[in-house]
Design a protein around this ligand. Structure first.
Ligand SMILES: Nc1ncnc2c1ncn2[C@@H]1O[C@H](COP(=O)(O)OP(=O)(O)OP(=O)(O)O)[C@@H](O)[C@H]1O
Length: 249
């Protein structure tokens, strides 16, 4: 009998039931169609990207998954349950964690208050403050600082830590590297890899392709509202120049 083929980690992740499954999602801004039948999935503990140039539809796709953009067709399933027609609040309660590109930090509240404000959505999955501080030591140091006194990188870390504190099992990250110095981007990369090691999944919108290749398991390339290619990280890294030319980036 033939030996069973060995499977890579990515293949193993793909054969597990997806945590998030998006099927044929189309989205509209008024009459204009910003997203065309986009399908993708994310397995538990997997980091998956949406890569594409400005206006490709990345943020619209992320917002549609979170239920913040409602003019959509198609389906979104999380942990085997449909999210279609559900509000963003209900989707957060199901386990989706929203990390917007403006980071959404409450400026006058301290780091500790920002962390404690969102309601816990899942008692078993919620990280304690102690666990947050263990994985984000800079937030422990800054715990009594107001949001206004944080650097861009610290704000980004706080924005990522907040849904973990609430118990999200998948983070939707919109361009976490934007506007940050390269050394801080590397730090954000370390945190994403650390979050993954804790079993939390990530769907990441990125224009920084070098960064995307250091953190993700798989990539979805978006052009004019369509996912034109979906590929594992190894292939993405070996074909980066060609793919970027193809996307006009
Ligand atoms: N509120 C809006 N009203 C009308 N059109 C919009 C709106 N938001 C986005 N669009 C259009 O939808 C398309 C997709 O935009 P989207 O912001 O999703 O792209 P993106 O890939 O995230 O780009 P960027 O990185 O520049 O945000 C673009 O053509 C954009 O002009």
């Amino acid at each position: 009998m033939a030996e069973p083929a060995t499977t890579t980690k990515t293949e193993q992740a793909r054969t597990t039931t997806p945590l998030l499954a998006v099927e044929k999602l189309s989205a509209f801004h008024g009459e204009a169609q910003a997203l065309r039948e986009a399908s993708l999935d994310v397995a538990p503990g997997e980091v998956v990207t949406l890569v594409g140039r400005n206006g490709a539809g990345k943020t619209t796709l992320l917002r549609s998954i979170m239920g913040l953009h409602r003019n959509v067709r198609g389906s979104v399933t999380f942990d085997g349950k449909t999210l279609d027609g559900r509000s963003a609040d209900k989707r957060a309660r199901a386990g989706l964690g929203w990390v917007p590109d403006d980071r959404g930090i409450y400026a006058t509240l301290t780091v500790a208050e920002n962390l404690s404000l969102p309601p816990v959505v899942d008692k078993d999955a919620a990280w304690s403050l102690g666990r947050i501080y263990e994985h984000f030591p800079v937030l422990r140091e800054r715990r009594d600082f107001p949001g206004t006194k944080l650097s861009g990188g610290e704000q980004q870390m706080l924005a990522m830590a907040r849904p973990l504190r609430a118990g999200s099992r998948l983070l939707l990250l919109d361009e976490p590297s934007e506007g940050l110095a390269p050394v801080i981007v590397d730090k954000i990369g370390e945190i994403i890899r650390d979050i993954k090691s804790q079993g939390v999944a990530v769907l990441l919108v990125e224009q920084n392709v070098r960064f995307a290749g250091t953190v993700a398991d798989r990539h979805n390339l978006l052009a004019q509202g369509e996912i034109v290619e979906s590929l594992p990280n190894e292939e993405f890294r070996s074909r980066t120049t060609e793919l970027l030319q193809h996307l006009g980036m």
